[in-house]
Every structure is written in C-alpha cells, then in structure tokens.
Design a protein around this ligand. Structure first.
Ligand code: ADE
Length: 248
C-alpha cells in the first residue's frame, strides 16, 4: 500500500510566480512535491490588485528613487492564502530580517501552521503590511537582491530537506544532530588518485572507527580554521578535545 503523507503547506506570494516553476518541479524538491511531503501554492499578488491597470506599485511618500509595493493587493493575497490553507505564519523575506540559520529552518520545518512566504520587489512593501500581517522577517545574508524570491527558494529548500520522510530522512537527521554547528569533513570518491593527488590512506583502510575519528577531527579543524565564530559556540566533547590535541 502506498503511504500517504500530510504535506507541509507553503504559499508563496510574489509578482513573479514563474521564477519558481523549475525550482519546485526539479530534483529533490520536485520529488518532495510529487510524494506529497510539500504542498506549494504560488500566489500571484498581481491577481489581487483592485487597480484597473493591474498596478501593484506606486511612488514613495516623501519622494526618492524607486517604487513601493502598494498594501491593497498584498493584503488581499495574504488573506486569500490564509483562508485557503486555514491560517498561516507570514514570513517576509527582506535584507532587514533576522539572519536565516539551520536552527530557524528546523523551527519552520516543524511548524504546525502553513508558511506564507511574502516576497517584495522594488524598494519594498508598504510598512503597514509588516505591522499588520508579518510574523517574522528573514534575511538570507548581508547583501541585497532584487526581491525576496531567491531567498524564498533558499528557505524552502532548507526546510524541505528537514521534513520527515524526505529522502529516507529519519536517520540522516539524527546523524546531522551531533555534527550540527560543525562544517563537514572533506569527501572523496573514485579514482584513488587524481592529478597526482591521493585520497587519504585512512579512508581506504576499511577501519570504520578510525575513519569516524578522522572525519570528526577534520570537521573540528575545518570549523576552527574557517569559521571561528561557529567553533567558539560549539560544545566540544572529551573525545573532540583529544582529537584536537592529537591524542586520539
Ligand atoms: N530581498 C532582497 N535581499 C534579500 C536578502 N538578502 N534576504 C532576504 N530577502 C531579500
């Protein structure tokens, strides 16, 4: 018998829904949608404008460059998405938001409400939408994109791979939990020698315990060297300390 999953619902509010077509139908995202783990609704904000010329933007009060998304169609789209899915947690993608982390992704992946991803274009969305409807503001990094759409894709992909039953996840999630906060160890596949560079001998040894320790040590060293900020926050185990001192 085929197993039926309750999908995680995500509504994406955008004036460019076509950006998402390839993304949600390809590779592992596509499979998650097909398998019923994810239910993604693309909502075209322009369909909700009351303007007879289908406008969704206007000049900023106070003057200045650029246009601002008008509140009317955004509000109507939020209400439609909320009604269609019976509630919702509105996440606005903006460079002014809190930085997206793996912890936040875990929170979103276990949320019991549908997610509503609100994507601004132009200079942004009228501030009153934020005040009235937005539960959370998320940034994917300290740089500015043309709109929230790419950030929404980042968030969706990050959430999708944490869903139970995604790619036989149940064990890989627990596997990830004790390496969470560390960078990954280096990976190798065949051939054993490439352009004169050899795969570390230990990985060819078949000695699982030594391989595990080597990988752990590489993760620790990489994190300390490349991301001292993460390393500082990481709680080392007794074994980790020994590995770093070269005692294991
Ligand atoms: N929209 C524009 N830039 C962004 C960013 N860095 N993160 C999230 N949304 C954005």
């Amino acid at each position: 018998m085929d197993v039926v999953y309750i999908p995680m619902k995500i509504a994406v509010l955008t004036i460019f829904p076509e950006i998402f077509d390839g993304f949600i139908s390809t590779s592992l995202m596509g499979k998650a949608v097909q398998d019923g783990l994810l239910d993604i609704q693309l909502v075209d904000i322009r369909n909700y404008t009351a303007d007879k010329h289908f406008k969704v933007d206007d000049v900023p009060y106070g003057g200045g460059a650029g246009m601002v998304m008008t509140p009317q169609p955004v509000e109507a789209a939020i209400k439609a998405a909320t009604e269609a899915s019976g509630g919702g947690y509105v996440i606005h993608l903006t460079p002014q938001g809190e930085l997206l982390t793996q912890k936040t992704l875990r929170e979103f992946a276990t949320m019991d409400k549908p997610l509503i991803l609100l994507n601004g274009r132009y200079e942004g969305i009228d501030e009153r939408i934020r005040e009235l409807y937005v539960h959370r503001e998320i940034s994917i990094g300290d740089y500015v994109l043309n709109g929230g759409e790419v950030a929404s894709m980042v968030l969706m992909e990050g959430v999708c791979r944490l869903l139970p039953n995604f790619m036989g996840n149940n064990e890989s999630i627990s596997d990830e939990s004790h390496t969470a906060g560390l960078l990954e160890y280096p990976h190798y596949t065949r051939p054993a020698e490439f352009n004169g560079l050899k795969v570390p001998e230990i990985l060819l040894s078949g000695h699982h315990e030594n391989i595990r320790k080597w990988r752990r040590k590489m993760s620790l060293l990489r994190t300390r060297e490349r991301r001292p900020d993460l390393f500082e926050q990481f709680s080392l185990t007794d074994e980790d300390r020994k590995l770093l001192k070269g005692l294991e």
